[in-house]
Design a protein around this ligand. Sequence first.
Ligand SMILES: [Zn+2]
Length: 256
Amino acid sequence: MAGAMRGVDDRLSIARTVAWADVRSEWLIMKILSGAHRFDELAAEFNAQVPGDRGLRVATSLTAGLNFLRGQMFTRVHNDVERRFGCDSMLAPLSQSGSEAHVKSEIEVFQVAQGFACLREHQLLSGGAWFGDWLAKLRLAEGWDGSQVRRRLSLYGELDADERRLAFSNILERRLPEARLAPLVVYRLFPLAVDLCIVLALDDFLLANEIRHRQATILPILLDCHECHAKPLENGERCMSCGNPLWKFDWLNASD
Ligand SMILES: [Zn+2]
């Protein structure tokens, strides 16, 4: 009897698991489809503004590059610091000071603001005012028009490059106290890494080399990498040796 009951329980358990898997896969498919639909809409919006039918390629390249950069920036100011200095009891743990998702959202908002500033500085796509909203929709999805994000973007938009960088480091350090222990040079290299990502997505390789030169002026040692020779890499790629496009902790520390 007990065996028969276990058999029923087992079948119920399997049925629940399969049903949950169906719900999850359906939810996942819906999510992927809605994401793909949004991506297509944004590509069409880009093509309506810029001749050349490059919308999908630009959106894909920016997504690969900015996803990667956001993750690397988080690693530099959190994981690398913990690895180097340990979990100091004076520093609030990540769960208290701000979740990883919150910190990455802050990095993302900065990337959007910096990306638009890059477009204006270099008069790319004729400095199109639409690009700010377009990039925000691409990167911040449904959260892009939330009032807090709008306020943050508006604040960054009023600042010059140095002020924007400083505001970003202050915001990040408020959320993540250990970010104070990251090499300061990372805050100077990161905005230019975002710029590089934007110009690579727009196939402006001349400007990409110029931006890399500006980074090398800030951190000359990056020219010493025998693997990548400090060349701009495709969006989403990285040099396993030095960390290009956002250099490893030891390379950043070589400047201090
Ligand atoms: Zn390298």
